[in-house]
Every structure is written in structure tokens, then in C-alpha cells.
Design a protein around this ligand. Structure first.
Ligand code: TYC
Length: 103
């Protein structure tokens, strides 16, 4: 009986993956002096949050001491954290935002 003429070839497919930049968390810290409503205004203005989301985030920081509010590339995270902290400072409040690398 004749063998079927099957040729097997191995192909190597190379898929190039685009490296993603490391992400940084922006964290809101609680304090005893900044008015709740002011925190909400800053979250809406700097982090483009809805009123409801900003209020929920503010309350989480208020109750637990801190709240992760968003992740961005390092530059964006640091710029937004500084912008938001400066808004508090300009108004005489100790409101503070910090950043840390996402693990
Ligand atoms: N603890 C503040 C108050 O009772 C409100 C507040 C909430 C301040 C969250 C900062 O990240 C914060 N007036």
C-alpha cells in the first residue's frame, strides 16, 4: 500500500508585545481639618470623578484613613497628586495625596 505523501513543517510565529509602562496608584489620605465638601470638589476637578464616586471615595478615606483613587503612569500620577495637594494648600487645608507603584 502506498504511503500518503504528508509533509510536516514547523513554523515559528513571532508576536511582538508592546511593553506597558509601570502604573502608579494615587492615594488620598484622611485628615481632621479639610471639609468633606472640599475633598469632593478636588476629586471631581482633578480626577474627573462624578459627584457620587467622589463622595464614596472621600468617605472611604474618612473612615479607613486612606483610599486608592486611581492608577496612572508615573508622570500623570505624580502630577495629579501634586495638583490636588496644592489645591488644598492654597485654601489652607492639609489635604494630602501620595503615589506608590502598583505591585
Ligand atoms: N476627615 C475630614 C473631616 O471630617 C474629611 C476628609 C475626608 C478629609 C477624606 C480628608 O481624605 C480626606 N472634615
Amino acid at each position: 500500500m502506498a504511503e500518503p505523501n504528508v509533509k510536516t513543517r514547523t513554523r515559528t510565529k513571532t508576536k511582538t508585545k508592546t511593553a506597558r509602562p509601570p502604573l502608579y496608584k494615587v492615594i488620598l489620605l484622611n485628615d481632621d481639618y479639610t471639609p468633606r465638601e472640599f475633598v469632593v470638589q478636588v476629586l471631581k476637578a482633578v480626577f474627573r470623578m462624578s459627584a457620587d464616586h467622589a463622595h464614596a471615595v472621600m468617605m472611604t478615606a474618612h473612615k479607613r484613613g486612606a483610599c486608592v483613587i486611581a492608577v496612572y503612569t508615573r508622570d500623570v500620577a505624580e502630577t495629579k497628586a501634586k495638583e490636588a495637594t496644592d489645591l488644598g494648600k492654597q485654601n489652607g487645608y492639609p489635604l494630602f495625596f501620595t503615589t506608590e507603584p502598583e505591585t
